[in-house]
Design a protein around this ligand. Structure first.
Ligand SMILES: [Fe+2]
Length: 188
């Protein structure tokens, strides 16, 4: 655990250390998401190319802003944010995105899984940080507003008029498995 030598007023260094560790993992997840979204932006093909290609860039910009906000919260708490790719790969608990050049629908189903994993972990982090640092919790909840809206944008592409997901995760095993809990898919 990271224990900062100083932190914001009203929090003990030990509590701040736990929050910093949580935030470091969220920083990795958001950095990974921003890179993965650009990868999809470049590799999507097929009749829905332009819809997906152009939908993704505003998501990249918003997620990059979340990356910056998260890293700066770590620093504000007295920690040292690690934004290097080597540490990200060493410390991430999910699999790398599997698809290369592929049809829009395949990427959208894979992105559904990506958002599913990151949102679940963000919600857990928001819950876990609430009592020690409600300011961090508030930041994470703010990020969830955007992440959940982007998840809806992705899912709406494979949703029926009746509201069902035609390529729901349960029906089609993911091309890019991004489960992030210990019980469901630690990195092999
Ligand atoms: Fe571009």
């Amino acid at each position: 655990m990271s224990t900062p030598r100083y932190t914001v007023p009203g929090i003990t260094p030990a509590d701040a250390g736990q929050v910093i560790d949580r935030l470091q993992q969220r920083l990795h997840a958001l950095n990974d998401l921003a890179l993965t979204l650009k990868h999809v932006h470049w590799n999507v093909v097929g009749p829905h190319f332009i819809a997906v290609h152009t939908m993704i860039d505003p998501q990249v910009e918003a997620v990059r802003a979340m990356v910056d906000e998260t890293a700066e919260r770590i620093a504000t708490l007295g920690g040292s944010p690690d934004g290097t790719p080597g540490t990200l790969v060493a410390e991430r608990t999910w699999d790398n995105y599997k698809l290369g050049r592929a049809d829009a629908q395949e990427h959208l189903v894979a992105l559904d899984h990506v958002y599913n994993g990151i949102i679940q972990d963000h919600r857990r982090a928001a819950e876990a940080t609430g009592s020690a640092d409600p300011v961090t919790q508030d930041m994470l909840i703010g990020q969830l507003h955007g992440l959940e809206q982007f998840h809806w944008f992705v899912r709406a592409h494979h949703e029926t008029a009746g509201g069902a997901l035609t390529d729901a995760p349960a029906k089609n095993p993911p091309a890019a498995k991004r489960t992030t809990t210990a019980s469901k898919g630690r990195k092999k």
